[in-house]
Design a protein around this ligand. Sequence first.
Ligand code: NAI
Ligand code: NAD
Ligand code: ISE
Length: 340
Amino acid sequence: MTVNVGVIGAGMIGADHTRRLGTVVSGARVTAVTDIDADRAAALAATAGARVLPGDLELIGADDVDAVLVASWGPAHARSVLAAVEAGKPVFCEKPLATTAEDCLRVVEAEQRHGSRLVQVGFMRRYDAGYREMKRIIDEGGIGAPLMVHCAHRNPSVPESYHSAMATHDTAVHEIDAVRWLLSDEIVSAQVLTPRRTSHRFEHLQDPQIMLFETAGGARIDVEVFVNCRYGYDIRCEAVGETGTVSLPDPARPVVRGGGRAGTAVLQDWKKRFAAAYDDEIQDWVAAAATGGAAGPDAWDGYAAAMICDATVEALGSGGVVATGVKDRPAFYAREEAGR
Ligand code: NAI
Ligand code: NAD
Ligand code: ISE
């Protein structure tokens, strides 16, 4: 069966996922595109041989749309995801699931009313080969009981529109999800330390930030977010256990020797760093959507991430330790897929 996909949001990642659905992933085709910017929707639709629809509700209701991919900006996600769930259509939603925890809970409730999973959230690191190998090693006891995780998320630069809370909501949210998943543990508190600010930033931005998290099981996590690091896009993660450590491998790159040095180029662009992971997450989603369901990170993961992000932003403001208040995972969201 070919899954007919409707894409909401024709920006950077909406365009990348549309290309992926057309040329990389099997079992799907993009039949409809919408964007609040009609010209952008038309340009993207033309690349896929799809039609343009005037809005998200029209697209979700269309007969030639079996499944919905949401790649609009964050504040628009909840409305589109809720409408897709109400229509009983599988939906892939780029992170964040919603920009408030209340809206995430509304999605969770709507999905439970539907009676089975329909929502997958775009936490693609769970599909990255390096992270998956780390999880396998941790799950098999390869480092003993995990005690600490050290992470860094560095971007070369960010635009002026990027503000201090986005270091959490836009950037560290990936580490927040990855660590919950790696440790199979929930984050219960957050704190943010603010080092001296880089001179390579817009005035309003606190950059870098060091976020400290504690899990229900007592593990400690530190995440450095540094989004004007200048030198490249660099994602680091090391888990430390009672008997060893495991680190996220850098992407394989040729080593160049010359001029008295040996080294590898550092990636500059997030799209390339996780390209294979995006391919795998969308393929997994299409396979599940073909059976009317969903795979991978679920709406509960989207809700938990929203709660943890809110606590982290509050901690940035107060300087204190803030409880995340994430509720217990309901039985409805019990994990059925190993590894994801
Ligand atoms: P973008 O700004 O390039 O594209 C967003 C598009 O959504 C724009 O074309 C905009 O016109 C459209 N849009 C906004 N509101 C809309 C609405 N109500 N209805 C229809 N279209 C609407 O943004 P980008 O970088 O593509 O990001 C989109 C989403 O993808 C964000 O949620 C972002 O967090 C997520 N993202 C995820 C990444 C990942 O690694 N998983 C990487 C980059 C983005
Ligand atoms: P973008 O700004 O390039 O694209 C967003 C597009 O959505 C724009 O074209 C905008 O016009 C459109 N849009 C906004 N509201 C809309 C609405 N209500 N209906 C239809 N279209 C709407 O942004 P982007 O970089 O593509 O990011 C989009 C989403 O993807 C964000 O949620 C972002 O967090 C997420 N994202 C995730 C990753 C990742 O690694 N998983 C990477 C980049 C972006
Ligand atoms: C972007 O929004 C993402 O989600 C990418 O994965 C991230 O690494 C990048 O820094 C963000 O801008």
